[in-house]
Structures are given as C-alpha cells and as structure tokens.
Ligand binder design. Sequence first.
Ligand SMILES: C[S@@+](CC[C@H](N)C(=O)[O-])C[C@H]1O[C@@H](n2cnc3c(N)ncnc32)[C@H](O)[C@@H]1O
Length: 294
Amino acid sequence: MEQTCLYPTESHSDMPIVNVASVKKLSPFRYPGGKTWLVPTVRKWLKTLNPKPELFIEPFLGGGIISLTVANENLAKHIIMSELDDEVASVWSVLLYGNVDQLVQSILSFNMTVENVKERFSLSPTTPEEKAFQTILKNRVYHGGIMANGSGLIKNGENGKGIKSRWYPKTIIKRMRKISSLSFKLEFIEGDGFNLIDRYLDNENSVFFVDPPYTASTKNAGRRLYRHYQIEHEKLFQLFSNRAYPFMMTYDDSIEIRNLCDKYSMNYQFIPMKNTHNLKQQELIISNDLRWFP
Ligand SMILES: C[S@@+](CC[C@H](N)C(=O)[O-])C[C@H]1O[C@@H](n2cnc3c(N)ncnc32)[C@H](O)[C@@H]1O
C-alpha cells in the first residue's frame, strides 16, 4: 500500500535486500551513495512503462549506475545525464566526448604506489583526459571512494593490499570501453541538475530518476560524501509534485523527507538496503505512481 501521511518508525518492508553481487557493475567509479542496490527496482519500474520511454533523465549523476543500466538494457531510447562536480564530470565528458584511448593508457601504465599517487595529485591537470585520470585515481585510492575535502588515502585497504586494494585497472578499462560503446545513446552535460529538470519537467516523453545528495535531514550524510552537497530540497519536491509524467526520487528515510512528501502530497515507499557498514537500513522511493511497487 502506498504511504502518505504516516510516520512509521520501524522497518516497513518485507522485501529482501538486493544482493549487489548479482547486479552487473557498469560504472568506472566506486561511488559513495551509489545505487547499485536499486537497479532491480528501477528496472522493474521502467518495464511497466508502455511505451518505452524516449528519454531517461538523471540530473544528479554521480557514478551513474542507473543510467548505464538503462542504456545497457535498452530500457529507454536516449539518456541525458548531468553532474555538477567538475572532477566527476571530467570522467563522463572524456568517456563520451574525449580521448578514451589516452585515459585508458594512463590507467594501464600507472604504477600504483603511495609516492606515485602523491606526485600525481601534486600536478595540475592540463587536459580533460589528465583531469579524468586524476579523478579516477582519487576515487580508487581515497577511503570509500570519497573525493570530498577531508577524505584521505586508504591505508591498510582490503586484505592488507593498502593503496592498491581498489585499483583494478583492467576492470575499470573494460567498463570505460563499454560506456564508449553505449555513447550513441548517452548524453552528458556538466552543470546544475536543476537546469536539466527545468528543461524536461513538462516533457511528456521523458522519465526522471532523481538521486540528490542526502542533506535534507539532520543526518546530513551527503555533506561529507560530495564536494557539492547543498541542494534546494524543497524546490525539488515542489517541482516534481507538479509533474504529470513518470519519475522516481530516492532519499534517506527521515522525518524531514516524510514531511516534505506530506506537504507536497507525494507517495513514497520503503526499500531496504545495506549501507557501507553492511548494516540494514531503509530508504524512500518517491513517485507519482507506485502501483508497480512490490
Ligand atoms: C547521491 S549522489 C548520486 C549517486 C548516483 N545515483 C550513483 O548511483 O552513483 C548525488 C550526486 O549529485 C551531485 N550534485 C550535487 N549537487 C548537484 C547539482 N546541483 N547538480 C548536479 N549534480 C549535483 C553530487 O556531486 C553527487 O555526485
């Protein structure tokens, strides 16, 4: 049953937690707040839409696993994505519009040591490809893939592998090549996601997937994860509450967000997931139509 004005305090879903190992990884990033666990749900939602959406729009792209899955599984004809963080954006821009071979070569030839990493980070990139390489490097050697200020290098890493513990050059390159091969249906714009929302909000051929930084609640988790974390959350609710066409928003489950759902008469459902500490928690899926939801 869809929820509107309820304030349940405990677990509200009997749904099994998605085993992320069963989801195809397509992103070259290990992204904080990444939605790999939501892939089966988004897939299910999109398959209920008839006809197939012309345009799938993701204004807050991050690591982009959802858009990449939509492209790879042909769940929409065309995908438009945006991201404000210029470092994250540099990777997407190079993969779709730049010299992918050069980026791949930098990854393959890099000798991963703490000294080499520090030396790399002391240089200012002079080309989009260098900037993209530095970003991928940061993402792989910083704790939890967190590239925001205050993050630091992995020390012990997995299995005592230290700085190398998340550096899988061949896997990263394979994913990059895959993205290149899908580039004919992917469009990326560096900039504020609200511009993309303004442009397509009233477009009947579009569906939106909206996953902003989680900074609306006192938990404020997004603040330490992203370089850009300040968002006009209420404006998002205002805009989407008036949208007549399909969309899905995701948020952490908090009183602040439930209040916004109530204020703008938006439906939500609970969905269980495991956080980075492997603890079960629930998040919210907000939409104008949740009849498909299990
Ligand atoms: C929760 S993360 C998205 C995670 C993504 N769904 C994934 O699976 O990897 C939110 C993203 O929004 C970006 N962001 C923050 N403010 C933005 C804005 N105004 N416009 C576009 N992107 C923004 C952040 O840099 C971050 O990458």
